[in-house]
Write a protein that binds this ligand. Structure first.
Ligand code: CO
Length: 263
Protein backbone atom coordinates (compact mmCIF):
# COMPACT_ATOMS: atom_id res chain seq x y z
CA UNK A 1 0.00 0.00 0.00
CA UNK A 2 1.36 3.42 -0.92
CA UNK A 3 2.27 5.72 1.94
CA UNK A 4 -0.41 8.27 1.08
CA UNK A 5 -3.14 5.58 1.05
CA UNK A 6 -1.88 4.26 4.40
CA UNK A 7 -1.98 7.75 5.90
CA UNK A 8 -5.49 8.32 4.53
CA UNK A 9 -6.70 5.08 6.11
CA UNK A 10 -5.02 6.00 9.41
CA UNK A 11 -6.73 9.37 9.33
CA UNK A 12 -10.22 7.94 8.85
CA UNK A 13 -9.85 5.18 11.46
CA UNK A 14 -8.09 7.06 14.26
CA UNK A 15 -9.12 10.70 14.14
CA UNK A 16 -12.34 10.15 16.11
CA UNK A 17 -10.75 8.51 19.12
CA UNK A 18 -7.71 10.78 18.95
CA UNK A 19 -10.04 13.76 19.21
CA UNK A 20 -11.69 12.22 22.25
CA UNK A 21 -8.33 11.60 23.97
CA UNK A 22 -7.09 15.10 23.19
CA UNK A 23 -10.34 16.66 24.42
CA UNK A 24 -10.05 14.69 27.64
CA UNK A 25 -6.50 15.91 28.34
CA UNK A 26 -7.61 19.49 27.73
CA UNK A 27 -10.63 19.08 30.02
CA UNK A 28 -8.49 17.61 32.83
CA UNK A 29 -6.02 20.49 32.51
CA UNK A 30 -8.80 23.10 32.53
CA UNK A 31 -10.53 21.56 35.57
CA UNK A 32 -7.28 21.33 37.52
CA UNK A 33 -6.44 24.94 36.68
CA UNK A 34 -9.90 26.07 37.82
CA UNK A 35 -10.05 23.96 40.99
CA UNK A 36 -7.04 21.85 42.06
CA UNK A 37 -9.22 19.84 44.50
CA UNK A 38 -11.89 18.99 41.89
CA UNK A 39 -10.93 15.37 41.14
CA UNK A 40 -9.75 14.65 44.70
CA UNK A 41 -13.18 15.70 45.98
CA UNK A 42 -15.12 13.64 43.42
CA UNK A 43 -13.02 10.57 44.16
CA UNK A 44 -14.33 10.46 47.75
CA UNK A 45 -17.90 9.66 46.63
CA UNK A 46 -21.10 11.03 45.14
CA UNK A 47 -24.29 12.50 46.55
CA UNK A 48 -26.16 13.75 43.48
CA UNK A 49 -29.37 15.70 44.06
CA UNK A 50 -30.97 14.60 40.79
CA UNK A 51 -31.81 11.45 38.87
CA UNK A 52 -32.21 12.10 35.14
CA UNK A 53 -34.14 9.66 32.96
CA UNK A 54 -33.81 10.80 29.37
CA UNK A 55 -33.66 9.73 25.74
CA UNK A 56 -30.46 8.31 24.21
CA UNK A 57 -30.68 10.96 21.47
CA UNK A 58 -27.27 12.63 21.05
CA UNK A 59 -28.90 16.07 21.00
CA UNK A 60 -30.18 15.77 24.58
CA UNK A 61 -27.09 15.58 26.84
CA UNK A 62 -28.16 15.33 30.49
CA UNK A 63 -25.55 17.65 31.99
CA UNK A 64 -25.43 20.13 29.11
CA UNK A 65 -29.13 21.03 29.05
CA UNK A 66 -29.44 21.18 32.85
CA UNK A 67 -26.24 23.05 33.66
CA UNK A 68 -25.07 20.32 36.04
CA UNK A 69 -21.53 19.02 36.38
CA UNK A 70 -19.84 15.83 37.59
CA UNK A 71 -21.32 14.57 40.87
CA UNK A 72 -24.63 16.42 40.55
CA UNK A 73 -26.80 14.11 38.48
CA UNK A 74 -27.31 10.33 38.32
CA UNK A 75 -28.25 9.42 34.74
CA UNK A 76 -30.21 6.73 32.93
CA UNK A 77 -30.95 7.01 29.23
CA UNK A 78 -32.79 4.79 26.77
CA UNK A 79 -34.77 5.18 23.57
CA UNK A 80 -37.65 7.62 24.23
CA UNK A 81 -36.98 8.00 28.00
CA UNK A 82 -39.13 5.05 29.01
CA UNK A 83 -39.87 3.65 32.47
CA UNK A 84 -40.60 0.01 31.71
CA UNK A 85 -41.38 -2.23 34.68
CA UNK A 86 -39.47 -5.21 33.30
CA UNK A 87 -36.32 -3.14 32.64
CA UNK A 88 -33.85 -4.35 35.28
CA UNK A 89 -31.39 -1.67 34.21
CA UNK A 90 -33.84 1.19 34.90
CA UNK A 91 -35.11 -0.43 38.11
CA UNK A 92 -31.57 -0.94 39.44
CA UNK A 93 -30.66 2.67 38.68
CA UNK A 94 -33.89 3.85 40.34
CA UNK A 95 -33.46 1.76 43.48
CA UNK A 96 -29.83 2.81 43.91
CA UNK A 97 -30.63 6.48 43.28
CA UNK A 98 -33.56 6.56 45.72
CA UNK A 99 -32.53 4.16 48.47
CA UNK A 100 -28.75 4.60 48.55
CA UNK A 101 -27.96 8.01 47.04
CA UNK A 102 -31.16 9.62 48.34
CA UNK A 103 -31.81 11.80 45.28
CA UNK A 104 -34.29 14.62 45.94
CA UNK A 105 -35.63 15.14 42.42
CA UNK A 106 -36.27 12.65 39.63
CA UNK A 107 -36.59 14.14 36.16
CA UNK A 108 -38.16 12.27 33.26
CA UNK A 109 -36.98 14.28 30.26
CA UNK A 110 -38.58 13.77 26.86
CA UNK A 111 -37.87 15.86 23.79
CA UNK A 112 -39.79 17.14 20.80
CA UNK A 113 -38.60 15.53 17.58
CA UNK A 114 -38.01 12.18 19.34
CA UNK A 115 -37.33 9.48 16.73
CA UNK A 116 -38.54 6.74 19.07
CA UNK A 117 -41.90 8.44 19.60
CA UNK A 118 -42.27 9.11 15.86
CA UNK A 119 -41.47 5.47 15.05
CA UNK A 120 -44.05 4.29 17.59
CA UNK A 121 -46.68 6.59 16.08
CA UNK A 122 -46.06 5.27 12.57
CA UNK A 123 -47.99 2.19 11.55
CA UNK A 124 -44.87 0.25 10.55
CA UNK A 125 -42.71 -2.62 11.79
CA UNK A 126 -39.03 -2.06 12.56
CA UNK A 127 -37.96 -5.45 13.93
CA UNK A 128 -36.80 -6.12 17.48
CA UNK A 129 -37.23 -2.51 18.51
CA UNK A 130 -41.03 -2.87 18.08
CA UNK A 131 -41.00 -4.67 21.42
CA UNK A 132 -39.66 -1.50 23.03
CA UNK A 133 -41.87 0.86 21.01
CA UNK A 134 -44.97 -1.09 22.11
CA UNK A 135 -44.68 0.74 25.44
CA UNK A 136 -45.10 4.07 23.60
CA UNK A 137 -47.96 2.58 21.56
CA UNK A 138 -49.65 1.87 24.90
CA UNK A 139 -49.50 5.62 25.56
CA UNK A 140 -51.15 6.22 22.16
CA UNK A 141 -53.91 3.76 23.10
CA UNK A 142 -54.49 5.42 26.49
CA UNK A 143 -54.77 8.90 24.95
CA UNK A 144 -56.13 8.06 21.50
CA UNK A 145 -59.20 10.29 21.80
CA UNK A 146 -57.18 13.39 22.65
CA UNK A 147 -54.54 12.65 20.00
CA UNK A 148 -57.08 12.09 17.22
CA UNK A 149 -58.59 15.51 17.91
CA UNK A 150 -55.27 17.13 16.86
CA UNK A 151 -55.35 17.42 13.07
CA UNK A 152 -51.80 18.70 12.47
CA UNK A 153 -49.42 15.73 12.47
CA UNK A 154 -46.45 17.62 13.98
CA UNK A 155 -48.62 19.03 16.76
CA UNK A 156 -50.01 15.54 17.41
CA UNK A 157 -46.47 14.14 17.72
CA UNK A 158 -45.47 16.95 20.07
CA UNK A 159 -48.46 16.18 22.29
CA UNK A 160 -47.58 12.48 22.19
CA UNK A 161 -44.07 13.34 23.42
CA UNK A 162 -45.64 15.21 26.37
CA UNK A 163 -48.17 12.47 27.14
CA UNK A 164 -45.39 9.89 26.99
CA UNK A 165 -43.40 11.82 29.60
CA UNK A 166 -46.48 12.08 31.85
CA UNK A 167 -47.12 8.33 31.56
CA UNK A 168 -43.47 7.53 32.30
CA UNK A 169 -43.66 9.68 35.45
CA UNK A 170 -46.75 7.66 36.41
CA UNK A 171 -44.84 4.46 35.67
CA UNK A 172 -42.16 5.65 38.09
CA UNK A 173 -44.82 6.28 40.73
CA UNK A 174 -46.19 2.76 40.27
CA UNK A 175 -42.91 1.09 41.28
CA UNK A 176 -42.62 -0.26 44.83
CA UNK A 177 -39.39 1.77 45.07
CA UNK A 178 -41.25 5.08 44.70
CA UNK A 179 -44.36 3.94 46.59
CA UNK A 180 -42.14 3.04 49.56
CA UNK A 181 -40.22 6.32 49.25
CA UNK A 182 -43.47 8.33 49.18
CA UNK A 183 -44.29 6.94 52.64
CA UNK A 184 -40.84 7.87 53.97
CA UNK A 185 -39.51 11.09 55.53
CA UNK A 186 -37.93 12.56 52.41
CA UNK A 187 -39.77 11.35 49.33
CA UNK A 188 -38.18 12.43 46.03
CA UNK A 189 -40.18 14.81 43.89
CA UNK A 190 -41.08 13.48 40.44
CA UNK A 191 -40.94 15.84 37.46
CA UNK A 192 -41.93 15.52 33.82
CA UNK A 193 -39.97 17.80 31.48
CA UNK A 194 -39.82 18.22 27.72
CA UNK A 195 -36.77 19.59 25.93
CA UNK A 196 -37.08 21.40 22.62
CA UNK A 197 -34.18 20.57 20.31
CA UNK A 198 -35.11 23.54 18.11
CA UNK A 199 -34.49 26.21 20.78
CA UNK A 200 -32.81 24.43 23.71
CA UNK A 201 -35.59 25.27 26.18
CA UNK A 202 -36.84 22.84 28.85
CA UNK A 203 -40.55 22.92 29.68
CA UNK A 204 -41.92 21.68 33.03
CA UNK A 205 -45.16 19.73 32.49
CA UNK A 206 -45.99 20.18 36.22
CA UNK A 207 -46.74 16.50 36.71
CA UNK A 208 -45.37 16.47 40.25
CA UNK A 209 -48.36 18.15 41.90
CA UNK A 210 -50.84 16.03 40.05
CA UNK A 211 -52.97 13.74 42.18
CA UNK A 212 -52.35 11.26 39.38
CA UNK A 213 -49.09 10.34 41.11
CA UNK A 214 -49.99 10.35 44.79
CA UNK A 215 -53.47 9.08 43.95
CA UNK A 216 -51.96 5.81 42.69
CA UNK A 217 -51.19 4.53 46.20
CA UNK A 218 -54.54 2.79 46.71
CA UNK A 219 -53.74 0.53 43.75
CA UNK A 220 -49.92 0.34 43.63
CA UNK A 221 -48.89 1.19 47.20
CA UNK A 222 -48.79 -2.34 48.52
CA UNK A 223 -48.09 -2.63 52.21
CA UNK A 224 -44.54 -3.68 53.08
CA UNK A 225 -44.37 -6.75 55.30
CA UNK A 226 -41.10 -8.37 56.35
CA UNK A 227 -40.54 -11.84 54.96
CA UNK A 228 -41.10 -14.48 57.65
CA UNK A 229 -38.96 -17.62 57.75
CA UNK A 230 -41.01 -20.80 57.22
CA UNK A 231 -40.42 -22.16 60.76
CA UNK A 232 -41.57 -18.85 62.22
CA UNK A 233 -44.61 -18.64 59.99
CA UNK A 234 -47.70 -17.41 61.82
CA UNK A 235 -50.87 -19.49 62.07
CA UNK A 236 -53.17 -19.20 59.03
CA UNK A 237 -55.48 -16.16 59.25
CA UNK A 238 -58.91 -16.54 60.76
CA UNK A 239 -61.89 -15.95 58.49
CA UNK A 240 -62.32 -12.46 60.00
CA UNK A 241 -58.67 -11.50 59.39
CA UNK A 242 -58.84 -12.83 55.86
CA UNK A 243 -61.90 -10.75 55.03
CA UNK A 244 -60.30 -7.57 56.41
CA UNK A 245 -57.21 -8.33 54.31
CA UNK A 246 -59.30 -8.40 51.16
CA UNK A 247 -61.12 -5.26 52.18
CA UNK A 248 -57.79 -3.49 52.58
CA UNK A 249 -56.59 -4.65 49.21
CA UNK A 250 -59.68 -3.65 47.32
CA UNK A 251 -60.42 -0.44 49.21
CA UNK A 252 -64.04 -1.14 48.57
CA UNK A 253 -65.46 -2.91 51.63
CA UNK A 254 -69.07 -2.61 50.51
CA UNK A 255 -68.35 -4.57 47.36
CA UNK A 256 -66.54 -7.29 49.34
CA UNK A 257 -69.40 -7.53 51.83
CA UNK A 258 -71.90 -7.85 49.01
CA UNK A 259 -70.02 -10.68 47.31
CA UNK A 260 -71.31 -13.70 49.31
CA UNK A 261 -74.93 -12.76 48.58
CA UNK A 262 -74.37 -13.02 44.82
CA UNK A 263 -72.24 -16.20 45.02
CO1 CO B 1 -35.68 10.65 21.56
Amino acid sequence: MANSALNAQKATTTTGIQDIMANNRQWVAAKNAEDPEFFKRLATGQQPRYLFIGCSDSRVPASGITGTGPGEMFVHRNIANMVVHTDLNLLSVLQYAVEVLGVQDILVVGHYGCGGVAAAAANKQYGLIDNWLVNIRDVVRLHETELLRIKDEQQRLRRLVELNVIEQVRNLAKTNIIQNALRGDKPPRLHGLVYDIADGVLKDLQVDDSTAIRGLAHIYGTEVKPLVAAHHAPAPPTAKEESSHYEGALHNPSQVAAEPATA
